[in-house]
Design a protein around this ligand. Structure first.
Ligand code: 13P
Ligand code: ZN
Ligand code: NA
Length: 283
């Protein structure tokens, strides 16, 4: 059956590797991710945003993940990514999600605590695990002035207070990454990450990992990151392969043909990211 992220992230923390979380959107991307993870014998987190769940259908999503969990002999978690709506989060847990993220990071500190605490209480009662977020991921603009940047990144002392008061199981930190790809790879604030992981005991999560070099991802895992989120680095190649296929075969209309190179490409990237995360052969 699908697992929660509790055990797999604690194992990752103990052994200093990270479990990759790949955002998927449909059957094809799910298959590609699971095949890649299975070939590497890696635990894997299937991440679905509220937008994806609304697109694919919550029931379909859970059913597909369950089929995968039955088919492949590796730990597979189905995770609700970036949920800002506590009612939707509860709906997902009722329906069978065992891992959720409450993202109230846009709100003021006290509001974030209040909502994240409610999410973690609800999840605890229903045997699900919760990821909270403190700090703001940087925007696409890479030219934000330093003062503003500092105000957005996760404050280590505030992180400790946040974790204590909310009871979340894992914490997404802002150390300079952003969602999407970058014009220039950002310099990550490793000192800040080290300070956070010295005082916060729960697994830490790196969002926005697409576009971050393998070395920086590895460094952040050494410094306490246990979950690495990757979306764009799968999404762009997947659609690029489909575009290429159609430019070379403009008359093709069979999805059983035009999806294959895209799936293969995603699977290969998944395998590479698993090597970077150090999660191969951990199942
Ligand atoms: P990227 O799109 O930069 O990989 O970010 C993924 C992410 O953080 C999903 O929550
Ligand atoms: Zn994210
Ligand atoms: Na990114």
């Amino acid at each position: 059956d699908i697992v929660s992220t509790k055990k797999i992230l604690l194992d990752a923390k103990r052994k200093k590797y990270a479990v990759p979380a790949f955002n998927i959107h449909n059957l094809e991307t799910l298959q590609a991710v699971l095949e890649g993870a299975w070939e590497m014998k890696s635990p894997v987190i299937i991440a679905t945003t509220p937008g994806t769940i609304k697109y694919a259908g919550m029931d379909y999503m859970i059913a597909m993940a369950k089929v995968g969990a039955k088919k492949y002999n590796i730990p597979i978690a189905l995770h609700l990514d970036h949920c800002e709506d506590i009612e939707f989060l509860k709906e997902c847990i009722y329906a069978g999600y065992k891992s959720v993220m409450i993202d109230a990071s846009k709100l003021e500190f006290e509001e974030n605590i209040k909502i994240s605490k409610e999410a973690s209480k609800f999840a605890y009662k229903n045997e699900a695990t919760v990821e909270g977020e403190l700090g703001k991921l940087c925007g696409q603009e890479d030219d934000i002035i330093v003062d503003r940047k500092d105000a957005m990144l996760t404050n280590p002392d505030a992180a400790l207070e946040f974790v204590k008061r909310t009871g979340v199981d894992s914490l997404a930190v802002a150390i300079g990454t952003a969602h999407g790809i970058y014009k220039f790879e950002p310099k990550l604030d490793f000192d800040r990450l080290l300070k956070i992981s010295r005082i916060v005991e729960i697994p830490l999560v790196l969002h926005g990992a697409s576009g971050i070099s393998d070395n920086s991802i590895k460094r952040s895992i050494e410094l306490g990151i246990c979950k690495v989120n990757i979306a764009t680095e799968l999404k762009i190649p997947f659609s690029d392969e489909i575009k290429t296929y159609f430019s070379e075969n403009p008359k093709e209309n069979d999805p059983r043909k035009y999806f294959n190179p895209a799936k293969e490409r995603v699977k290969n990237i998944v395998k590479k990211k698993i090597l970077v995360c150090g999660s191969a052969n951990r199942k």
